[in-house]
Structure formats: C-alpha cells, structure tokens
Design a protein around this ligand. Structure first.
Ligand code: ZN
Ligand code: ZN
Length: 158
C-alpha cells in the first residue's frame, strides 16, 4: 500500500491516509482522514455492534414469542408453508392464525389433514386440532374446531 500522509490526504481530499504504522490495537491499516480512526478497528467495532444488536433482536423476538405463543406458531407455520409454496388463496392470515389461537387455548396441536409432505395446503379447511402427538391415529368424527370453540366458551373467551 502506498504511504499517504494525513496532510496530503487533506490537501487532495482523500478519504483515507496510510502511514504504515500500527494503530493502538496493532493494525496496519488505512485511517480515516477526518477522524484518524483505523479502518480495521472500525470494521471490528461494526462487527461487534452488529452481533450485539442481533442478540438484542433475538431477545425481543423470544419475548414476543413467549407472550404470543399462538401467533408465533401461526407465523412459523406460515413461513414454512410459504417456502414450500403451499399456502392457499382462500383464507386470510387472520383466519389461519385464529386456528392457532384456538389450538393454543385448547392445549392442542394444529395438524394438516392432508400432510404438507403430501402436498396438503396451509388452509383452514386442511387444518385440524390434534390433542396428542402427530403419531396418534386421526379420528374422523373428531371436530377440533368445534371442540376448540367449546373450550374457549368454557373459558369465557368466545
Ligand atoms: Zn486498528
Ligand atoms: Zn384456505
């Protein structure tokens, strides 16, 4: 790298200069003409800043998920299905989210009647609430939405 003094950088309007001497933290790097700040230090600081903010953002998301578990489940499912391009056009996100809300209050899981792996759509008409894990057999008589609503009514929420 060509040595450029700060005076010359100022005179020629260059954004950076280079003395070839290490900074306080022993980087041999260009420095900003305006504030003499080492570019390598700046880069490291930016990395740390980004990482710190990422953690902050993650913590915020985690708090939100804990406060809104049903919304979180609905959002996660929607993103997953969108990736697979298996989101129906007949339901709104609000309608789909309502199923997850009911499932949450009823303490059940949302299941796709036609599994997503077999091309089932992310659609309220293809959703049911299952009170046990996916491995358990699905009953045809079980109407999870009605049961979920009854549950909500019992709680005085619907
Ligand atoms: Zn430095
Ligand atoms: Zn639909």
């Amino acid at each position: 790298m060509e040595l450029v003094s700060r005076q010359r950088a100022l005179r020629e309007g260059l954004k950076a200069y280079f003395t070839g001497k290490p900074c306080k933290r022993e980087h041999i790097a260009k420095r900003s003409t305006s504030n003499r700040y080492c570019r390598e230090c700046k880069r490291e600081w930016q990395c740390l800043y980004r990482a710190a903010n990422l953690e902050k953002a993650r913590a915020t998301t985690q708090k939100w998920a804990q406060a809104n578990p049903a919304k979180c489940n609905a959002t996660v499912a929607l993103y997953r299905q969108r990736k697979l391009d298996q989101v129906c056009a007949c339901c709104s996100n609000k309608e789909r989210e309502a199923v997850y809300q009911i499932a949450h209050f009823a303490g059940t899981a949302v299941d796709h009647i036609i599994p997503v792996s077999k091309g089932g759509m992310h659609c309220v008409h293809n959703m049911q609430l299952l009170s046990c894990s996916k491995n358990c057999s699905k009953s045809n008589n079980y109407d999870p939405l009605i049961e979920g609503l009854q549950y909500l009514q019992n709680l005085g929420l619907a």
